[in-house]
Ligand binder design. Sequence first.
Ligand code: GAP
Length: 589
Amino acid sequence: MASRADVANDIANRRGFFWPSFEIYGGVGGFYDYGPLGVLLKDNIVDKWRRTFVLPYQDLIVEIESPIIMPRVVFEASGHLEHFTDFIIECTSCGRRYRADQLIEEEMSRRGLKVRVEGLGEDEMMRLIREHGIRCPACGGGLDNIRRFNLLFQTFIGPYSDNIGYLRPETAQGMFVAFKRVAGLMGRRPPFGVAQIGKVARNEISPRQGLIRLREFSQMEIEMFIDPQQPRCPLIGEAESYEVNIVSEDMAARGMEEPVTVTVREAVERGIVVNEWMGFFLALSQKFMEELGVPRDSQKFMAKLPHERAHYSTQTFDHLVYTERFGWIEVSGHAYRGDYDLRRHGVYSGEELILDRRLEQPRIVEERRLYPNPGKIREVYGDRVGEVIRRIDENRDALLEGLTSADMVKLGDITVTRDMVIVRSEKRKVEVEHYVPHVVEPSFGIDRIVYVALEYAVRMESGRNFLAFPPEIAPLKVAVLPIVRRDVYIGIARDIFRSLSMAGIRAAYDDDGSIGHRYLKFDEVGTPLAITVDERTPRDGTVTVRDRDTRIQIRIPVDKAVDIVRAVISGRNIVELARAAGYEVVAQR
Ligand code: GAP
């Protein structure tokens, strides 16, 4: 019998949800096109993400859009030029290149051995290859020349070959680079978050898992900027009693993979997560995936060990979902990035990417201050006294430092001697201090979520396989079907289809083939409702509405079609709606 994954794959292929790009030229690994239904599914998932992560918190989280191509300096600052690498290994006979960790894991699992290779160094990987006699899977040749391979795609900006740019490997850098602007717009008062949804690119070494590992894919990310001294999350009340399945860093270090179930409150109190924000986003992410059709038991958060984490992170949880086809896959990553990114961009740009914090206890600090001594300056520079005072004013700090060790400092053609300034020690009350905000980052890969939503939607019943998408993410919400192809039915059905389209509802019209065949056709791609114009419609102005999952039908007035479809998209079911409005419930077909 076919598995859920086989059915998902078959429907996606046949009905054109997505397919390998550049097919007519033989295809290029790691690139996929989305077809008409795939685009709708993907857009609905993005929309659901916005309604889960951004809209309810719109006073705290705003969305921006930044370029995909970025200048070299951005990735020098972000550390990606140095650290964003995977190990590559080469066959000494056929020259094929493999991602070393992936090859070792696959070869070991073929032999029934489980090893965690992620994060190991080149010596340790070579040792595993030698010890287990791992050879080139294509030709059986030896493997050698292990080295780091940078995953950034390089390009040139404009017509100058020295003006190097890179395609962004995460949307995050756009948010860090724009921090100063967004901080201003948010009143410079943390916590505040910046979200971004968009394409990213990674030159993956050997992508072979369809939508799971792509060279160009889409992300939905939030960078939540917080004051590390006040890491409380004002939204934690919404999430603290929520239970999450988690493998803590301690557990991961002991090789455990089975999660424990704890409330978010417990996870914070026991220090499993670094702060409330991290706990809040884990809860929201689990809920998000549950609402896309993935039960809680098929999800877990796995802590990454220090050597497995990205260079910017001091705590990371991979949000894993179990799939029939690929086993556990990471749909989102949750990283505590600390002040790494803003600090680095501050240094590389020369801009201060900081916020102010009001001190609870103002501090008194003693400072040396320097003032011009006009009498002495006039003695030396006569009428130029005003100009010299201005120059001294502009160079106070340099003069304070310079005149500590020397008797005079030159400012262009002006020589400032010690007696031309007065240095005093003064006390000052400090009420604010500067700090670099810290960042909590939930980061989602959209394409993986599309695959997961598809696999979890599969239902196999005798006589039909279909996708039971939650209505809010279903690509088409409703099919409008005249019972047979006759003008009298076609006219009414076309009018209904037009009114649904005008109301912004994704719908289809179809009059081709038997009604039973058409129901199955729309069930298969996950369309929650079918409206049928039948023999009674011209007589009494009613149509039937059929529910995809139960096949139950109700009979409603034609002019209620838009309202019913909207109600189902927002989570109501048709029987409940029929009872409330007194509509006839027709037995299932
Ligand atoms: N800003 C942090 C960041 O990019 P990541 O764990 O590298 O973190 C985030 O990526 C998410 O992007 C992952 O959880 C995964 O869902 C998705 N992702 C990563 N690499 C991918 C690839 N090659 N193809 C498809 N999705 C990918």
